[in-house]
Write a protein that binds this ligand. Sequence first.
Ligand code: PGA
Ligand code: ZN
Length: 422
Amino acid sequence: MLIKRVHARQVLDSRGNPTVWAEVLTQKGAFSAMVPSGASTGKHEALELRDKDSAFGGNGVQKAVSNVNNQISKAVSGKDFSSQKELDDALIKLDGTKNKSNLGANAMLGISMSYTRALAAEKGIAVYDLVAQIAGQKRPLLPIPQLNVLNGGKHAGKENDIQEHMLMPMNFSSFSDALQAGAETYHVLKKMLKKKFGSQATLLGDEGGFVPPMENVEDRLELMLLACEEAGYGKKISIALDCASSEFFENGKYSIGAKSFSAGELSDFYAGLVEKFGIVSIEDGMAEDDWQGWKELNSKLGKKIQLVGDDLLVTNVERMKTAIEEKACNSLLLKVNQIGTVSESIDAALLAKRSNWSTVVSHRSGETEDAFIADLVVGLGCGQSKFGAPARSERVAKYNRLLQIEPQLARESVFSARILRG
Ligand code: PGA
Ligand code: ZN
């Protein structure tokens, strides 16, 4: 497909920080995408290029925008690329670094995602169908959503804290039923919090979850289970955590609230939570470079629950290969901007599949109204999404896109009511 022209602009994300909007023009029209941005960013992620000047407190992305409008534009405008991979490989070659620090992963991803949309239009198919074709996935699937209803840690201005407490409506026959159960439970939880602590406790964190004055993780989980009961769903909804523990790891110790844990003690703490609250998935239970801690955790809980690597893996097949060899975890958190191209993101999902791991396609805490990742999760057919609370438009945009896709899928492909491995 011939690219006529590309260009980019600086726009704002859900935290009011600048991000990249990029557009690819072909004979079929104009196709654009916006790039997300994290707060509890992994050390090994591809580089998000920020201007570090006086504008927006240094957070401007005009350099990345200029890289699209100049270097990338020169390399791809007027050129014919036969596939997503050919385009992405050209971007990777042009950048020429391991961590995309030359062009910026934000510049590259904006063009990569726009190209996916352009290519789908060229073929006259939906973006999720194109992703499925590229990934060799016969059955597009709607995901089980992980809904982040209580925000902590960096997303809620807190330190030494578990970051995400999520509802996983697992036992439903359709995505829309699962989402409804999640949204209803979210509202029940809101009422309970208001009654217990007043309206202030129902203010929202970065991912749309509540930030109540509850410091103890067990109290939070207790309340979530109560909300599930009161909403009438009980055990049909399970609980998942993203501890984002790199944020509370220092000098070999993990600090949650006033407590300090060794990796072994922390594994025991998690095992207790799994037992007591029926937790089915824990993300970043250990810190990004604590391989020993991850191995310990995986040998303790890996047969029982899903252990998701986010900062550990950063959607990078090289880090995944180490994790597979080391038996460090059993699930990939897939974030497109951690690696910077659509092809490499799909490669990561394929490696997870070959390794009999599950994959969770994830948003970032800084998002936009772009719902690309909704098509991505369906096309990959990996069966799990992490798109935040069922509130705030940058989160809901993804859920609403999934609701639009739902009736387009064949009856037998509609929902994956279990955690898919491989
Ligand atoms: P982030 O948080 O986007 O701020 O990195 C999301 C996560 O840790 O999964
Ligand atoms: Zn995470």
